[in-house]
Design a protein around this ligand. Structure first.
Ligand code: ZN
Length: 316
């Protein structure tokens, strides 16, 4: 099993530890996306991060992470669903000028207006409203951008380590859990408070210890080590309970109907002018590369159906 997510709990409930390792699903996703290594690494790190966040959502839906760039890369987007299917892609500002090398900052935040966006999408039919958060792109790598975002938006301390190349995308997340009853410090007025205070102090110590242990992990170690070995190697002195083990797969839900809707949104005139240039409108899905073709008859059908829809709405 090469595409795995695992979640562990510290025995004293001080923190949870999550790890993801994508291999064959990652290679499937990259098969038609021939980017240089530096861009694949960023895409893979964002993918591993999206999986780690998606495994904590409490609704059926998806987590979408976007790095919106003002440099050679205009957008890196990853979507991971609560069923643990994911898809990821990159948009380049000028596809003819793909940089062979670069960092997060030089590729996406060259002019300082890069943004990081998180979208929690409960999907159609849910009572819950989608949540969207956008922050500046602060940090030297994807993990730091996410940690900065979490510091501002989440109540829980979170640390992340991410690594990816053309073969694998891997990540480790530590999240500090709130103390029982929400009391972080002892007020000294009751024995119960004193017990809670001592407990809180011991859990704070646990948190500090495991973040130090995790900080010793290198990118090469993350990429080369299976999750069980990695967790044993880093936390061999700790008592952990394994809470969850799940598999992941690459999946793109694109369809001819979705592409047709997108073409409709471009409008009749735009489609007509595209048809004048060539015989067919050809669209490939950014995520999976699947080609969709609409000839003149198909294109005419797009707007006739639309007309029927609006007629029927008017009539009823
Ligand atoms: Zn697709």
């Amino acid at each position: 099993m090469t595409d795995t997510f695992k979640k562990y709990l510290m025995a004293d409930n001080s923190a949870r530890i999550q790890a993801v390792r994508l291999e064959s699903s990652w290679q499937t996703g990259l098969a038609h996306q021939p980017y240089p290594e530096c861009i694949r690494s960023l895409l893979g790190e964002l993918t591993a991060a999206a999986v780690l966040l998606a495994t904590n959502i409490k609704f059926q839906g998806s987590v979408v992470l976007q790095l919106q760039g003002d440099g050679p890369v205009s957008l890196i987007v990853v979507e991971c669903t609560s069923e643990l299917t994911f898809r990821a892609t990159v948009n380049l500002r000028d596809p003819d000028l793909v940089p062979a090398e670069g960092s997060l900052q030089s590729l996406l935040n060259a002019n300082g207006s890069g943004r990081f966006m998180v979208l929690l999408d409960p999907g159609p039919g849910s009572d819950m409203a989608p949540y969207q958060g956008i922050v500046p792109m602060e940090g030297d790598n994807v993990a730091q951008v996410l940690e900065a975002y979490m510091r501002n938006s989440e109540q829980l301390d979170t640390r992340l380590w991410l690594a990816a190349d053309g073969q694998r995308a891997c990540g480790l997340l530590l999240q500090r859990l709130p103390d029982i009853g929400g009391v972080m410090t002892d007020d000294g007025h009751s024995s119960a408070g004193a017990v809670q205070g001592a407990d809180a102090a011991s859990r704070a110590e646990s948190w500090s210890r495991i973040t130090q242990l995790a900080s010793t992990v290198t990118s090469a170690e993350l990429l080369e080590t299976d999750i069980d070995t990695l967790i044993r190697r880093l936390f061999w002195q700790e008592t952990l309970a394994e809470l969850e083990s799940r598999t992941l797969c690459w999946y793109c839900p694109c369809s001819r109907t979705r592409v047709a809707n997108m073409l409709r949104m471009l409008g009749h005139e735009e489609i007509e002018s595209l048809l004048e240039e060539r015989e067919k409108v050809s669209v490939s899905c950014n995520f999976c590369g699947k080609p969709y073709e609409f000839d003149a008859v198909d294109c005419a059908g797009l707007f006739v159906e639309n007309l029927d829809d609006s007629n029927s709405r008017t009539l009823h």
